[in-house]
Design a protein around this ligand. Structure first.
Ligand SMILES: Cc1cc2nc3c(=O)[nH]c(=O)nc-3n(C[C@H](O)[C@H](O)[C@H](O)COP(=O)(O)OP(=O)(O)OC[C@H]3O[C@@H](n4cnc5c(N)ncnc54)[C@H](O)[C@@H]3O)c2cc1C
Length: 392
């Protein structure tokens, strides 16, 4: 995005990337339909970035979801608003958009050097290891680092930049998984029978926060969009207390009383039959057996069973590995950047995207944050280069 703006202003731009082809993480995001941004009112949108919302709000407002949609449409990919307010290209794919975008960059004269792994600095120059393992140095008037976070590292972004920049005195908040799953100790029975089972339309609750959506049982614990939405809070609660208790409501649309009425009296029926007749899948009785003590279940009244079904407590012990997280929290601290997104202690070096210290839930906020910070950094680079030229 920054290359497009800078080349569009008449400058020579070269993109160096460690991978053989560009945009691998972007293509992966396309597998889920490429949720580009969100259609909610802008004032609400800009609050989605947790503590970073304050400094990101003007950046997002400057290059907002409307502009991003227009950009996408100019590349031939019409967008639409899904039922949840999320915005997608109509093709629900990243590949046609990426192809059109790379063509546009080529037409603007942007060069692309693949298989160039950035190693750090040599004075004011950048050092890369190329595909033949040769070290090459490159001197540029300005550089934008857009090296991503540390999730799905085999796609290129592996956080190897952290040590390089930390050695230059850049303040970096530790990289942590965001929009990730969580671990809990399931029994072998639950893992063997139900790992991979989605629980659609549940509500999950942690302290005073709740979210409706999908939760998937995994071998390690849980994942899914409802879990991702609370992941920043769950991660921080586990950091503070060593664990977090998450409550699951398997029937969020029904009150306790209505559900108890539907359940009637159990009699001698097995729990799974009893729940099945009330419309619950087998995983519901498995979860009750897993999470509620047997003696509390055996003679429980419909009211008590209804209460369990709407308040199943899961003890989460850790976030699952960053390798499989959707995104990364932490990164270059805002205070290490000037208002143009240039590193304060490294003149001419700018940064944007997921490598900056912000996080957001899924819903299109991640790509929008990356695009908006890239636009802001590109504008910063243009004014830096212009000022440098004036001074020489
Ligand atoms: C499964 C999945 C689905 C997702 N779906 C969505 C979605 O639908 N909507 C959404 O908003 N977000 C989504 N995201 C998140 C989104 O893809 C990222 O936030 C976004 O791609 C980050 O962009 P970036 O340019 O900052 O970094 P990246 O896209 O990670 O790009 C960083 C680039 O830097 C290169 N690089 C890193 N280190 C070096 C080095 N030392 N030398 C040279 N090159 C290097 C990498 O090769 C890579 O090409 C998803 C993520 C995942 C994992």
């Amino acid at each position: 995005m920054a290359a497009e703006i800078i080349a569009g202003a008449g400058h020579q731009v070269t993109i160096y990337d460690a991978m053989p082809t560009m945009g691998r993480k972007f293509l992966l995001a396309g597998r889920g339909g490429l949720n580009l941004t969100h259609s909610e009112p802008l004032e609400k949108f800009v609050t989605r970035y947790f503590e970073a919302s304050n400094w990101l709000a003007p950046i997002i407002k400057d290059y907002d979801p409307q502009k991003l949609r227009k950009w996408c449409e100019e590349l031939g990919e019409e967008t639409f608003i899904g039922t949840s307010g999320r915005v997608f290209p109509r093709s629900m794919k990243a590949s046609p958009l990426l192809r059109a975008w790379l063509k546009k960059l080529e037409n603007l004269g942007v060069k692309h050097q693949s298989r160039h792994l950035w190693q750090g600095f040599d004075g004011d120059s950048l050092v890369f290891r190329d595909k033949d393992q040769k070290l090459i140095t490159v001197k540029a008037d300005a550089t934008l680092l857009a090296l991503g976070g540390a999730s799905w590292p085999h796609l290129g972004s592996n956080g190897s930049w952290v040590n390089i920049l930390a050695q230059c005195g850049v303040k970096i908040s530790p990289l942590r998984p965001s929009n990730c799953g969580f671990a809990c100790s399931w029994s072998d029975y639950l893992i063997n029978k139900f790992a991979g089972t989605p629980l659609k339309s549940v509500a999950i609750r942690h302290q005073n926060l709740s979210h409706k959506g999908e939760m998937v049982l995994t071998k390690q614990g849980i994942e899914g969009n409802a879990v991702y939405a609370l992941s920043a809070h769950l991660r921080e609660a586990i950091k503070k207390d060593g664990k977090a208790i998450l409550h699951i409501d398997l029937r969020p649309e029904m009150s306790d009383a209505k559900l108890a009425e539907k359940l009637k009296t159990r009699g001698k029926e097995s729990l799974s039959n009893y729940l099945r007749k009330a419309g619950f899948p087998p995983v519901a009785s498995a979860l009750l057996n897993e999470l509620i003590a047997t003696n509390q279940l055996s003679a429980a009244s419909p009211e008590i069973i209804a209460n369990y079904l709407k308040n199943l407590p899961i003890t989460l012990t850790s976030a699952t590995n960053i390798d499989r997280a959707i995104s990364t929290a932490g990164g270059i601290s805002h205070e290490s950047l000037d208002e143009n997104f240039m590193l304060k202690n490294k003149a001419g070096i700018f940064a944007a995207g997921e490598m900056l210290d912000w996080e957001a839930p899924t819903g299109g906020y991640l790509l929008q944050g990356c695009f908006s910070t890239a636009v802001a950094a590109a504008k910063g680079i243009l004014s830096f280069v212009e000022n440098s030229n004036k001074n020489h």
